[in-house]
Ligand binder design. Structure first.
Ligand SMILES: [Zn+2]
Ligand SMILES: [Zn+2]
Length: 304
């Protein structure tokens, strides 16, 4: 069995409060189970309740043993790290992997910078778990027991990886934080810096990159996709590195995804708005595709 449970689905900053009790206020954290194997994506603040849950459940059966993948090192995706209880248990075995944009620092230094006395009462050298850190790029890794992961660079201001997990014929893909690739050259001939060749090449390059991403999603049972904005909001946030609901739905449908989870909610989005949006998008695609769509919600478990 391959499944994903959501512990944090917000982008940018945690947003607890009366308007976020249904979908949750924690930042990005996913728990993936492949048979007996535990995989975690991101150290957003959702890692705190996940750590507590693991201590109350898994730990009774044996030490915590997990592969942890970081989509990228923006703060909302790593800020929960110091509060992950298994870090303080000597028997824990954690393999942390993720992309690094500026290679003068290691993944351990970037995540560990939060654990210095300036910011936190515990230093990274004081963690008692056995933790291995590794920088990864676009690659394919055999994680053992029939579980594979393939990674793909997404379009974000720093290096950011999407993950494709495959286990016994089932597949879960993550694609956040990601903005659709677009032509960066002027396309309007009236623009004084317009260059016909550059405009054409820019168009082709963007299309090619977007097609690579579609191939990465192809046939996934579950796709967890960035959808911070509506299409109207997206126009005002070009270059911020995020997608619209419309883009996520369209891409997932093109790639014949079975279940799409709309993820990385804007921190200002209320429960009422998310409920309404979910209903609207479901109505819009009804009868046109067999794909299921759902808003990410804390506690939601989806089987591949
Ligand atoms: Zn983010
Ligand atoms: Zn980001």
């Amino acid at each position: 069995m391959l499944s994903v449970r959501i512990w944090g689905d917000r982008g940018s900053i945690p947003c607890p409060g009366k308007d976020t009790v249904v979908y949750g206020g924690n930042t990005s954290c996913l728990e993936i189970r492949a048979g007996e194997r535990l995989v975690i994506i991101d150290f957003g603040t959702g890692i705190k309740p996940l750590g507590d849950w693991l201590m109350a459940n898994d730990f009774k059966k044996g030490p915590i043993n997990a592969d942890i993948f970081i989509s990228h090192t923006h703060w909302d995706h790593i800020m929960g790290f110091p509060m992950f209880t298994p870090l303080f248990i000597p028997t824990s075995r954690l393999r942390v992997r993720g992309p690094v944009s500026y290679e003068d620092e290691t993944l351990e230094q970037i995540i560990g910078a939060q654990l210095t006395y300036r910011y936190w009462p515990v230093r990274i050298s004081e963690l008692s778990a056995k933790i291995e850190y590794a920088q990864i790029k676009e690659t394919s890794l055999d994680l053992g027991d029939g579980l594979w992961v393939t990674t793909k660079y997404l379009n974000h201001p720093i290096l950011c990886l999407g993950y494709r997990f495959e286990y016994r014929g089932k597949c879960i893909v993550t694609a956040y934080d990601n903005e659709p690739f677009r032509n960066l050259f002027p396309t309007d001939p009236a623009d004084p810096s317009y260059d016909e060749d550059a405009a054409r090449e820019g168009e082709a390059a963007a299309r090619e990159e977007n097609e690579k991403i579609l191939r990465f999603f192809q046939g996934a049972d579950v796709l967890i996709h960035d959808s911070q904005y509506t299409a109207a909001e997206f126009e005002k946030h070009l270059g911020w590195g995020h997608s619209s609901f419309e883009h996520a739905i369209n891409n997932a449908n093109k790639a014949r995804v079975k279940k799409l989870i709309l993820f990385h909610h804007d921190p200002n989005r209320t429960d009422k708005e998310l409920e309404q949006l979910e209903e609207n998008y479901r109505r819009r695609i009804a009868g046109k595709t067999s794909m299921q769509i759902m808003m990410a919600r804390e506690g939601l478990t989806v089987e591949a």
